[in-house]
Design a protein around this ligand. Structure first.
Ligand SMILES: [Zn+2]
Length: 83
């Protein structure tokens, strides 16, 4: 179970489900940046496993795919946000 604090200060539980294990039709591909984008924050950082809920095996695959996608400029290393 993942406990996340929302704006009002209440904690709510979300069950950890690895979406790649749950749906075997989803493939982790470095060319598929739309899927990979689900696992990076808006600042371009990779979302950690405890938040994304992926299992270790798939999180590793996602991480490698993201790093590969960054190298060929499909995903940003960091996104500059205007303040
Ligand atoms: Zn998995």
């Amino acid at each position: 179970m993942v406990y996340k604090r929302n704006v009002k200060g209440r904690t709510f539980a979300r069950r950890k489900i690895c979406r790649f294990c749950a749906d075997s039709t989803i493939k982790i591909d470095y060319k598929d940046h739309q899927t990979l984008r689900l696992f990076i924050s808006e600042r371009g950082k990779i979302i950690p496993r405890r938040i994304s809920g992926n299992c270790a095996r798939h999180q590793r695959k996602v991480t490698r795919a993201i790093k590969r996608a960054r190298n060929i400029a499909l995903l940003p290393f960091t996104t500059t946000t205007t303040r």
